[in-house]
Design a protein around this ligand. Structure first.
Ligand SMILES: [Zn+2]
Length: 175
């Protein structure tokens, strides 16, 4: 069984977020900040006490239904190699990559779940793309948000990436 066939855990978009991964809980710090993987920037004199018996709370999430055939097609095309860094995560259960939408799904971006809006990325570059830390030029060069060159996006002729989505991503990231 390949982990990748199950697709990365579908990310939920809570109602307070702007549609980017995990941003809704970033500002709350503490446990939610840790869970979202975002450094809350909190200054303290010691480590947080944590919770010995973490409870579970019910929350309202909005999930975008995605077509795994679309992400599987893109991931298979690149043999699970990240289009930014070419790295393949070779896990004991199989290769792992993520189908990353250039123009984010869901409100307010409402990007399409289509191959021309999707990249095969490693989890790191997926996060950096979602957070606007990297962006893609009209000539498919990848830069970071400081303007530093990162790489040339790896592309296959069969994979027609819509420049409009790349331009939307730059604009939405303020780049
Ligand atoms: Zn990568």
């Amino acid at each position: 069984m390949r982990l990748t066939d199950a697709e990365a855990a579908p990310y939920s978009i809570d109602r307070t977020s702007n549609g980017t991964l995990g941003s809704g809980s970033a500002a709350t710090g503490g446990a939610t900040g840790a869970r979202s993987g975002v450094d809350p920037g909190r200054k303290s004199n010691g480590p947080p006490a944590g919770t010995l018996n973490p409870g579970h709370s019910a929350g309202v999430t909005v999930r975008v239904i995605r077509d795994t055939a679309v992400s599987n097609w893109v991931k298979n095309l690149y043999h699970y190699a990240c289009q930014v860094c070419d790295y393949v995560l070779d896990l004991p259960v199989g290769k792992y990559a993520e189908g990353a939408h250039i123009r984010a799904l869901g409100t307010p971006h409402d990007g399409p779940d289509t191959v021309d809006n999707m990249l095969c990325l490693c989890p790191t570059h997926h996060l950096l793309l979602d957070k606007g830390a990297i962006f893609i030029s009209d000539t498919f060069d990848v830069h970071d948000h400081h303007g530093n060159y990162v790489s040339v996006l790896t592309r296959k002729p069969q994979h027609l990436i819509d420049l409009a989505h790349i331009q939307y991503h730059r604009a939405a990231s303020g780049l």
